[in-house]
Design a protein around this ligand. Structure first.
Ligand SMILES: NC(=O)c1ccc[n+]([C@@H]2O[C@H](COP(=O)([O-])OP(=O)(O)OC[C@H]3O[C@@H](n4cnc5c(N)ncnc54)[C@H](O)[C@@H]3O)[C@@H](O)[C@H]2O)c1
Ligand SMILES: N[C@@H](CCO)C(=O)O
Ligand code: NA
Length: 815
């Protein structure tokens, strides 16, 4: 035997009632012997409450009554064959007439007692259960309408009556035995006292009805049919990746519901809990889905926690007082007071010094709680043993819940890491002694970000979303977008990483979309609907959108974005950049950025600052981390100059090769940065710093490759003209090299903390002799790689390889 309970949304419309009957039919075919428990049609209980209040205030209630009639009659007309309609109309009309008389009485007296209100509300369940039993009777001849006032007996605590379990079980069993073989359609929510007056079971009442009947008849299961897929890991309106849990223990369901999961109201489960009857939450509108089973134990599952729940709006009261607060007597008095005054304390924490107690209450009760405390502890306040209670508002509670937490170390570490990494300040912490939940109080503004970040942290195997704000849409930036777009599905399917580009700016326009910008046509959208570019505003938006796992990418060659890195780190946003400016200015700046990123637990990745996509920064870092010592670094790190010397042969002029390098995307936006050696200098400086040397740019001995006139050119055009004019100079270099059987190489060296870069003529015996294209090469001679150096070699410039390096840094953020 199974109990099938359908809530208001399941019986709200003609279509949903059809779905309900389908479910009942299937259950009967499966041999479940179902008993159906029904709520009032969706919205009807609220309407009845409104009518009762209107009547008591002397306001009109006729139009509301008409609305009730219309809703029920419309269902009759659509779902009951014409020849069977009359008796149904008649009985509904009788109910509505009784209701009208009752409302008239309330109107005349201008008084609404809890008892009369229960009676008014009872018509919601009576009408719906009766009506649906009659619709069902067309297909199930054994369908029988049952008014639960005959089955469940309570005390006279109207509005939320206490059930006489023993008596009710007796009534239910007797009734069931007398009507064996019938298909019962029972009203939820309502009952009666020993005098036969109608009572109601309070919040979650129809679930309670189902649990009481299920327990009395030792049902196999109680199915609660609603409009969601079960209990979810988090509130799906905030956490888009929330998913339905297959199995939960009663305790877990209790903890999750306590903190706001509205699917069921836990006290209603107690009768089922005591008899170990599983409760299954299922979706009327998705009946093939298995839903969530709430059972005695937590089930075998790989999930360390079951869910994350929250209360969005909470106030906190702080009490501080030396030597008194925290003593057993004091907290006893405090919490007895609050309990007596029916102030629900959501969470309590006490500092280890025992001089303060913090507790959370619902905002509507905060002021009253404060006043009660002030009255109760008047003497202590006067004597300054206790300082004035303080209320803090606009806070939220977030709790992770799960029975398996107890056996799994590191759960709180994971929680605080996720919060800390995202810059979410924790105001107070409480771990239930049961260890079934860990709760934190945070600012309301952070709740959405916190829920998503914590959800990602605990259900990481189930997908991490990186939110990307990207500046610079030139050569590298646009190639990166193309690569992300091509790789999006693969990353999601194979690595559970989702990349959402949520902000884009170049020097003209900027664009934002919390849902993610479509990378198939970012260019058009940016041009057509973007706002005018404004970097401070872009950074402000990056911070204000307050998204978890947030990454700022700088694909410009401008100093401007680098001025914001620090501020971004302070807002717990990681930075990935191919722009070398930040790391190659003053040493103090470089140091400060690294320290700030580390302090805030975010990543600062710049692999492409040296050798584009080639693994160089990473290799050096690993050497340093593992305790190796750099003895010497020798390198060719200008892709542009490498390309130039590798192609400077035959008749082609130096000037033309530089132009080619620029067209191929090897040069800096301003090619003078490459040819003057500035770009190479920056790279050597960054390497030296990463190797532990606090060098300034002027410490690098930079030997040039250009004649004076070229260095003096004030514009790029002038520069190219001067290059052309210097043809003889470059040809002479070339001839000299050829005469000596050598090649031209622009080589950087780091040794004993000194960095130099110089043009060299090298012969065949030199390891840097054989290079082609835009190749870079770097040789690390270290304590451990002493005899033969560790060498990295390959293309060190170009849009594809550089964007790929930025991309790799991006997916490693937070890894
Ligand atoms: N080309 C390579 O092989 C290579 C290799 C490694 C690193 N890099 C670095 O990549 C970076 C970008 O190079 P590129 O060739 O793509 O340059 P680019 O000139 O093609 O693009 C630069 C982009 O930055 C934008 N921009 C400039 N200032 C801005 C600002 N203040 N706010 C917003 N946007 C701004 C421009 O509008 C443009 O979209 C440079 O820092 C370069 O050193 C390039
Ligand atoms: N302009 C740079 C790009 C790589 O950083 C080069 O030519 O090496
Ligand atoms: Na690199």
């Amino acid at each position: 035997m199974k109990i099938l309970k359908f809530g208001g949304t399941s019986v709200g419309t003609v279509d949903s009632i059809r779905a309900v009957l389908d479910i009942v039919r299937k259950s009967q075919h499966a041999g479940d012997q179902p008993i159906v428990v029904l709520s009032a049609m969706g919205g009807v209980t609220n309407l009845l409450t409104q009518l009762a209040e209107n009547a008591a205030e002397g306001r009109n209630f006729a139009s509301g009554l008409q609305e009730l009639e219309d809703r029920h009659f419309a269902v009759v007309k659509q779902l009951i064959a014409v020849k069977h309609q009359n008796p149904v109309f008649t009985r509904l009309k009788l109910y509505l007439n009784e209701l009208e008389d009752l409302l008239q009485g309330i109107y005349n007296l201008r008084e609404l007692s809890l008892q009369s209100k229960d009676l008014v509300l009872s018509y919601g369940e009576r009408c719906s259960a009766f009506l649906i039993s009659k619709i069902a009777a067309q297909y199930f001849p054994d369908a029988l309408f049952v008014d639960a006032t005959q089955l469940i007996q309570t005390d006279s605590h109207f509005g939320s009556a206490h059930v006489n379990q023993a008596r009710s079980e007796q009534l239910i069993r007797t009734f069931a035995a007398a009507h064996a073989g019938k298909l019962l359609f029972v009203t939820g929510f309502i009952a009666s006292n020993e005098k036969g007056r109608v009572t109601t079971l309070g919040r979650g009442g129809s679930d309670y009805t189902a649990a009481i009947i299920g327990a009395a008849l030792n049902a196999e299961a109680i199915e609660i049919w609603t409009d969601v897929d079960g209990m979810l890991t988090a509130d799906p309106r905030i956490v888009k990746k929330a998913f339905s849990l297959p199995v939960l223990s009663y305790t877990e369901a209790m903890e999750l519901s306590y903190f706001g999961a509205k699917v069921i109201y836990p006290p209603t489960m107690i009768p089922a809990f005591l008899k170990k009857i599983p409760i299954i939450i299922r979706n009327t509108f998705n009946p093939d889905f298995g839903g969530t089973t709430i059972q005695h134990d937590s089930g075998r599952t790989a999930l360390p926690i079951k869910g994350i729940s929250s209360i969005a709006d909470i106030s906190v009261i702080n009490l501080v007082g030396s030597g008194m607060v925290g003593r057993a007597g004091f907290s006893g008095r405090l919490f007895t007071l609050l309990a007596r005054e029916q102030i629900n304390v959501v969470l309590i924490t006490q500092s280890s010094s025992e001089h303060s107690i913090t507790f959370a209450v619902h905002p509507a009760e905060a002021l009253r709680a404060k006043q009660l405390i002030e009255r109760e502890f008047e003497l202590e306040l006067q004597a300054n043993k206790l300082s004035q209670p303080e209320i803090e508002e606009r806070l939220s509670v977030l709790a992770i819940v799960g029975e398996n937490m107890k056996q799994t170390p590191g759960m709180s570490g994971k929680l605080f890491h996720a919060l800390g990494r995202n810059g979410i300040n924790v105001r107070a912490i409480a771990q239930g002694s049961s260890e079934y939940n860990i709760s934190v109080i945070i600012s309301q503004a952070d709740l959405s970000k916190a829920l998503n970040a914590v959800h990602d942290a605990f259900f990481a195997q189930l997908n991490k979303t990186l939110h990307v704000f990207s500046v610079g849409t030139g050569n590298i930036g646009s190639t990166l977008f193309k690569q992300i777009q091509e790789q999006y599905a693969f990353l999601l399917d194979n690595n559970d990483i989702e990349i959402k580009v949520v902000g884009i700016s170049n020097s003209r326009k900027m664009l934002f979309s919390g849902e993610g910008i479509d990378l198939a046509n970012w260019k058009t959208v940016l041009e057509q609907s973007g706002e005018l570019a404004d970097l401070p505003a872009f950074v402000a938006r990056t911070k204000a959108m307050n998204l978890p796992n947030c990454v700022f990418i700088d694909n410009t060659a401008s100093e401007l974005p680098t001025l914001y890195y620090r501020e971004l780190f302070q807002s717990n946003i990681s930075v990935v950049t191919c722009n070398k400016i930040a790391n190659s200015g003053r040493y103090s700046e470089y140091r400060d950025l690294k320290d700030t990123a580390r302090k805030h637990g975010v990543d600062f990745f710049y692999e492409t600052n040296v050798g584009a996509g080639l693994p160089i920064v990473r290799v050096l870092r690993d050497l340093m981390l593992s305790g190796d010592r750099i003895i010497r670094i020798e390198a060719i790190l200008s892709g542009t100059i490498s390309y130039i010397f590798n192609n400077f042969s035959g008749d082609v002029s130096f000037h033309d090769i530089v132009k080619n390098a620029q067209q191929l995307g090897y040069t800096e936006p301003d090619p003078r940065d490459d040819l003057k050696g500035t770009d190479f200098m920056r790279k050597m400086l960054i390497l030296a710093r990463d190797a532990g040397y606090a060098l300034e740019p002027e410490d690098v001995q930079l030997g040039g490759i250009l004649p004076e006139a070229c260095l003096r050119a004030t514009t790029v055009d002038d520069f190219y003209r001067e290059l052309q004019a210097a043809d003889d100079y470059f040809n002479e270099l070339k001839s000299k090299a050829q005469r000596e059987n050598r090649v031209l190489r622009y080589i950087g060296k780091l040794e004993a903390g000194r960095v130099s870069i110089a043009l060299e003529f090298v012969d065949e015996s030199h390891p840097f002799y054989a290079l082609s294209g835009s190749d870079n090469i770097i040789a690390f001679t270290t304590e451990r790689y002493k005899e033969r150096p560790l060498v990295v070699k390959g293309p060190g410039a170009g849009a594809e390889v550089t964007a790929a390096g930025v991309f790799a840094d991006l997916v490693n953020v937070g890894a």
